[in-house]
Design a protein around this ligand. Sequence first.
Ligand code: SF4
Length: 423
Amino acid sequence: MKFYVSYFGCRTNQAEIQELIIKLENIGYELTSNASDADFGIVNTCSVTEKAEKDVFRFVNKIYKKTNAKWIITGCTVSKEKKNLKNRYKNYYFLDNIEKKDIFKFISNTFPIKGNVIYHTSYRSRFFLKIQDGCNFRCSFCIVPFLRGKSISTPSSEIIAKAKYFSSVGYREIVLTGINLSSYGYDLFPRENLLNVIKGLNKINNIEFIRLSSLDPRYVKYSFIKELSYIQKVANSFHLSFQSGSNSVLTRMKRGIKTIEYLKMLDNFRKFFPEANYGADIIVGFPEETEKEYQETLSFVRQSNLSYIHIFPFSPRIGTKAALIEPVAINIVKRRVKEIQGMNKDLKLNYKEKFKNKVVEGILTKEGEDRSFVVSSNFLTVSVPPTKGYRKKRVKVKIIRVFNENICEGIIVENKKNMTCDL
Ligand code: SF4
């Protein structure tokens, strides 16, 4: 029996789908990349912004018209719009985020098969491993806690067991994900902590890098950063949920933190990870954001010397406090987004230029006729001359030039077998 998968939104949604693929293959379901070839399909949805939700409805509309497969629609849009979805798409299955926890059982009961095990082969070198779900915060713009519930962590023993399995089937990089990853372990009894999980993963042979998908500065202490720097396989890139660079906007966002604390945290990080790739989420056009507040965010981004930012135009989510506040005019939001996108391009280029003629370590993720690609520990995508048989190998790459804000060009100078690469 063939199945097709699709997901929208965050790394946690991606991690949930990646894990489900392995589980289904392990009992004989066959993954297909062609939706019209599938017996059933699974879509993990997102409603974090209005645009994300529109994309989901557009996709479900399309499959409803174009495929005969039975579809399981799950995730945040179902938690928010179940009734509406059920009325519009008959004969489809809708599992909200609570019911999603039993999706594997639901599929084996709904689409029973007597198939031979299909041993999973890792399609990528990177595996997104969800270790935490939900959130206990109530940021005024965010709908996620209402759709995913309170923070729940996976016990570390389970995480290590999964990671051992994923590395045994060929994954070389583990990306730890969660809705609020930094809140990992606070809900467990006895309490567990993120550092111990990372130390446990560090002992697994085939894993080359451990990457943290996103960190909440409200949890990140000096001691955490210091200890993290002693763990050999921690990837040299950190994504931080800042949301704004203006203190008055942060207050209206109910973030409970000030920009001075962000800068202090970045200073601490740079003591132990001086060359790391630091990125952050920034919302532009938060309700009542004045030009002065927007300029505060621009100068904060410059001052914090970030290497890139993920820019989110504010999207009012019904049910959140921020949706009740007078929005900023759309033309002003668009102008601000365009301006900060320009700044973002320079941030990316400036960071990459620092590595010209330097050697970085990474994993060769793609081999092609013309070019192969390496993703480095500090999250640079480096295009190198074509290779054969090096996929998923750890290699050293010398950066020759910056091709554009997303890609560098380089040559492999060494691979894990310490053989000079004869390219
Ligand atoms: S920390 Fe805030 S923004 Fe992040 S998921 Fe929780 S409520 Fe949403």
